[in-house]
Design a protein around this ligand. Structure first.
Ligand code: ADP
Ligand code: ZN
Length: 435
């Protein structure tokens, strides 16, 4: 019998552009009608004089209002719920990286659909039912735990719900159970590798084939470094609680951009200032509408994530849009001495340097009204020869490379391995103490 991994994408994954468009229009009509049942959209539609019937095809999406994180907060706790409470089987909240959480609800069909989307991601990357999967992500309200868990289980993988943290146990489980597929944040995967190297162990000896890495922004340079350390193929995984969680977009074997499952999400990329669509291929804010969620449809959700669509067809044959690596969140951008800097620009430079470990922190302070930026990195154990002169030379070199990238001089601190705080989930890369 063929593996479910070979079949799970059959219904939606290979649709032609025209089939996708037709499915999206139909699903959008359903979603809008469903949304109108919630107290929140009910009032919103009435205010705008909008009737669900006004939306006939996916091009009518522009008739609908945007939904923001603030709208979700205002409708907290259940203002966007469209079904009687007894039909709800699960809720999650966003991890609250940026303020008060927002609650998202799912019916039985919703969690089934989410598991299918997630299973399609893992299958697309090459996972099959004979793989052993370790989920190194926090469980609970955070969607990276149960989201990946149910997707992997749906595929029939042997699932180890290791949860976040406890690095020694993670390594032990991977080794003893011959884990072949993992899910983690890239920063935590880096921490596990460094810990092994520090203990004279080799991450390659674990034999992991596939890693789903996401939940936080990271650069191509960090991916390459991790692939090199572990010998696995790393696939970028994108999602957000408001759109279920993981399972929204994922890389195919081409590892060149993430396919967004367009049967479940209608995608727009807009200019965050004018709210108009950007030219194809330009960077803008990702806006998404749920097409397959009943308990809590969300229309034109402004994710605040900045990305662009990769034009052209993917050699893998899937017509679902490909999205480039996230530039960051619109609210991630740092303004330092009136210069706009994204943490990812700094990470790019850091990860290119083999002598630097995988962890880093950007520390912002003020000195006599002038912004000060200090980039703190750890020297890799293998690169430290005991000489202060070496450290000084490496620091000056990094400072020059950073200046070329960001246009001003940052302070650089080169620290011993293991000096910087480690996060088990999403890494906190920026400490801003400028008030
Ligand atoms: P919170 O918004 O509180 O962090 P979530 O856990 O829902 O809650 O996080 C979703 C956010 O995480 C996304 O909006 C995005 O900013 C970030 N994210 C998730 N996956 C990726 C990824 N692969 N690349 C970059 N950013 C990501
Ligand atoms: Zn592809």
């Amino acid at each position: 019998m063929s593996d479910l991994g070979d079949r799970i994408g059959e219904r939606f994954e290979w649709m032609s552009g025209a089939e996708l468009a037709e499915f999206q229009s139909e699903a959008l009509r359903r979603s809008v009608a469903q949304a109108a049942r919630s107290p929140y959209y009910g009032v919103r539609f009435a205010d705008l004089g909008l009737k669900p019937g006004d939306v006939k095809t996916r091009d009518d999406i522009t008739k609908l209002p945007f939904t923001t994180k603030e709208d979700l907060r205002l409708s907290y706790p259940t203002g966007m719920l469209t079904v009687p409470p007894r039909e709800v089987v699960r809720m999650h909240t966003s991890s609250g990286t940026t303020g008060k959480p927002t609650a998202i609800f799912h019916t039985r069909e919703d969690v089934d659909c989410w598991a299918e989307l997630m299973a399609r991601c893992l299958a697309m990357a090459g996972a099959r039912s004979d793989d052993i999967f370790q989920n190194m992500s926090g469980y609970g309200l955070f969607t990276g735990g149960l989201g990946l868990h149910y997707g992997a289980e749906r595929l029939g993988m042997w699932v180890i719900p290791a949860g976040a943290g406890n690095t020694a146990r993670q390594i032990l489980l991977i080794r003893d159970f011959h884990v072949t597929v993992i899910h983690a944040t890239p920063s935590y995967a880096m921490h596990v590798a460094e810990r092994m190297v520090q203990d004279g162990d080799n991450p390659k000896s674990l034999g992991i084939r596939i890693a789903a890495l996401g939940a936080e922004p990271y650069t191509e340079e960090l991916r390459l470094k991790l692939q090199d350390l572990y010998g696995f193929k790393a696939f970028n995984s994108y999602g957000l609680s408001e759109m279920n969680g993981p399972g929204v977009a994922f890389e195919c074997p081409e590892q060149n951009g993430m396919h967004i499952w367009e049967d479940a999400y209608l995608v727009e990329i807009i200019d965050p200032d004018t709210l108009q669509p950007v030219e194809e291929g330009q960077v803008g804010e990702l806006v998404m509408t749920t097409l397959r969620r009943a308990a809590m449809p969300i229309l034109r959700y402004r994710t605040r994530d900045l990305t662009r669509v990769i034009p052209g067809e993917c050699p893998c044959g899937r017509k679902h849009l490909r999205m480039a690596r996230m530039v960051g969140r619109s609210d991630d951008m740092l303004i330092v001495r009136a210069v706009n800097v994204f943490p990812s620009q700094i990470e790019e430079v850091i990860m290119r340097n083999k002598w630097i470990g995988g962890n880093y922190v950007i520390h912002l302070t003020k000195k006599e009204a002038l912004d000060q930026m200090t980039v703190k990195v750890e020297i890799a154990k293998a690169a430290f020869d005991g000489s202060i002169e070496t450290v000084r030379r490496l620091r000056d070199q990094l400072q020059r490379e950073l200046r070329d990238q960001i246009g001003f001089t940052a302070n650089v601190d080169v620290l011993e391995p293991g000096s910087l705080p480690v996060s088990e989930g999403k890494a906190k890369r920026v400490i801003d103490e400028r008030e």
